[in-house]
Structures are given as C-alpha cells and as structure tokens.
Design a protein around this ligand. Structure first.
Ligand SMILES: [Zn+2]
Ligand SMILES: [Zn+2]
Length: 346
C-alpha cells in the first residue's frame, strides 16, 4: 500500500494504537479531544444557525460573568454591549445582512470572532486560489500536536511555534511544502495541562510518506510525533475549517476565571499567520476580478439597504429592516429556518 492510498483515506488515525520506537520513553495519551474535533469537522456545521446564535449568547454571558468576577469592568461592559442591538435586513425568508450596534473586538468574543474569521476568509481565499494555480500545489490540512507539560499557555504556544519554525528549516519540509497558513488552537486536558495544536494549511508539492513527516516532527520536538494530515478537496471549505480556530481558539464554556486572566496576558500573541513562499506571494498579490469572487453574496450584501431586492438566488422580494436585541436573534433565525422547511416540502 502506497502513501497515496493511506493519505487518501483521510486522517491517518493509526497513530493511536501504534507504538513507535522513539527517543521518548513516554507514550503520549490518546488524543481523544483532537480525534473528535478533527475527524468530525462537519459536526459543527450541522448545527442550525439558531442553535449557534444561542450558543454565542451563552458563551458571551459566561465571559461577562468571568470578567465581572475578575473586576474587569470595562471588558464586561464592552462584551455586554457588543452585538446587543441589531439591525437585520431581511426579506422575511432570508437574512441578507446583520448590522450590529457596536463591536468589542475582544479576541474571545464569539460575535467578533465570526467577523474576524469571515474577514480572513475573504482576504486569503483569492490568494490561495492564485497560489495553487501558479505553483500547481495541492492543499492539505495538517494538525501538529505536542506532548503535554506543566507550563503556561504562553509557553505552550511558544514551544509549538518554535518547533514549527525548526521544521520549516529542514530539507524534508522544503522538498515537499511551499508555504501556507497556520493557526493556533488551545485546549486543556482533565489535569489542567495545555494542549496546543497548530492547524496548518500546507501547499504540498507532491505526495510523501506520512511516517517520514512524523519522524521529522519528532526530530524537532524531541518527544512529539502525533500529527494528522488530510487532503483538502475544496479550498474554501478547508480555509473555513482552519480560520474557525481564530474565531474560537478554545472551548470557552469550559473556561474559568484563571483562564481568562491568563488569556488577557496574551494580548499581543498572534493566532494566525502565513509562512514560506505563500507568505511572499501574499505580499505581492493583487486581486483580479476572477479571484475576487470569494462570496458574491457577501460582497453584494455590503451595499444592501432597505428596499433592495433580496440577494439570495431565486428570491426577488424586497428587503426591510428589523431592529432586535441579540436575545431575539436565535428565535428570528428559527422563524427563517421554519419558513424554509415549509417551502421545501412538496
Ligand atoms: Zn429572500
Ligand atoms: Zn465582540
């Protein structure tokens, strides 16, 4: 069996049951969290918009509570005001645009995170398409992990980023990859140890044996060889998967006051970046008309006002504006979802 068939089967999950002779005496714990999240990336997308809107509200309430507890009154107030009043442009069956009263821009705010991840997708998708065309490379989603140690979040992030920098300097990496993007994801295990992962969209020049990459990762980290690799079939979907971690770097519902405190100390830490030849490509990139068509709906929606025709396909109904509070939004989504179901049924 060649590497190709192994890789084509999706994630290489064989590592869990495999004992690999290594310099490390310690066998890493099974990455149940990683496996769940990575092998079921669709689960999140299956939840309805109303469910996700409800979850954002809960996350925010939780964050506000933690901020108040820490005496971060200003932060709590900003979070509370952010997206609290909304102007929704709708035809009654579709939502064309949502304009918030205020955005807090706090890194853990789920509403601002969504905006940020949409912005990143809009910015990088045309560049990725252009880069793939020019260099004839195929994108893969690579997840790099490291062993858990007693360390701060900051130390954990620095350790994995430093390892990745070392990896990029190696001949193997240069031979098979020519750049991409990275984003950080933070989680914690039951014992309170940090798991930090790097989610990478790597542009691969040609196939290689995953075991070789594992050996390379072990060589730079000294004790970690757990990684996952999945070919990306559609770059728009792949990018959306990866920038998700920018909008949601960790599971905030399991977040305590100490976590928030620590996170506030990370103010300047970068969570997303480009590397290698792709990084240089981005600097010189000028979007062409064809490449700019990221999401026609989204670019259209910027100029929409009351009275315009609904931009959704096969809908010409005029848009009107509804004012509502954030708490009313999930229910409005529900109404919209229900009206769609009614239309779909024969
Ligand atoms: Zn419509
Ligand atoms: Zn916000």
């Amino acid at each position: 069996m060649g590497t190709e068939s192994l890789v084509k089967n999706g994630f290489d999950s064989s590592v869990r049951n495999k004992e690999k002779p290594s310099q490390s005496q310690q066998k890493p714990l099974p990455h149940t969290y990683l496996d769940n999240r990575v092998t079921n990336p669709q689960r999140e997308n299956k939840r309805t918009r109303s469910q996700r809107a409800r979850e954002r509200l809960q996350t925010k309430e939780h964050l506000v509570g933690l901020a108040v507890g820490l005496g971060e009154v200003e932060l709590a107030d900003k979070l509370d005001r952010c997206h609290s009043r909304l102007a929704v442009l709708t035809c009654g069956r579709h939502i064309a645009r949502i304009i918030p009263n205020f955005t807090c821009e706090f890194r853990l705010c789920p509403d601002c995170g969504r905006r940020r991840s949409r912005k990143l997708q809009k910015k990088y998708l045309p560049m990725m398409r252009g880069f793939m065309l020019r260099h004839k490379v195929t994108p893969v989603h690579l997840v790099l992990t490291q062993t858990h140690r007693t360390e701060t979040r900051k130390q954990s992030a620095k350790r994995i980023k430093d390892s990745f920098t070392k990896l990029q300097r190696r001949g193997f990496w240069k031979q098979y990859f020519n750049g991409g993007t990275w984003s950080l994801e933070f989680t914690k295990d039951k014992n309170g140890l940090h798991h930090t992962h790097l989610h990478i969209i790597g542009f691969r020049r040609k196939f290689f044996d995953i075991e070789l990459l594992r050996d390379e990762w072990l060589a730079v980290t000294g004790d970690s060889y757990v990684l996952h690799l999945k070919p990306i079939q559609d770059i728009a979907t792949g990018l959306r998967e990866v920038v998700k971690y920018v909008s949601k770097p960790l599971d905030i519902r399991r977040f305590g006051a100490e976590d928030l405190k620590e996170f506030l100390g990370l103010k300047n830490m970068r969570m997303f970046g480009t590397f290698g030849e792709f990084r240089d490509f981005c600097k010189d990139f000028e979007p062409s008309d064809s490449g700019a068509a990221v999401s026609e709906l989204e670019s259209l929606s910027r100029d929409l006002v009351e009275g315009c025709a609904c931009p959704h396909p096969q809908c010409d109904e005029p848009l009107f504006e509804l004012r509502m509070s954030a708490k009313e939004l999930p229910q409005f989504y529900e109404q919209v979802e229900m009206s769609k179901n009614v239309l779909k049924s024969p």
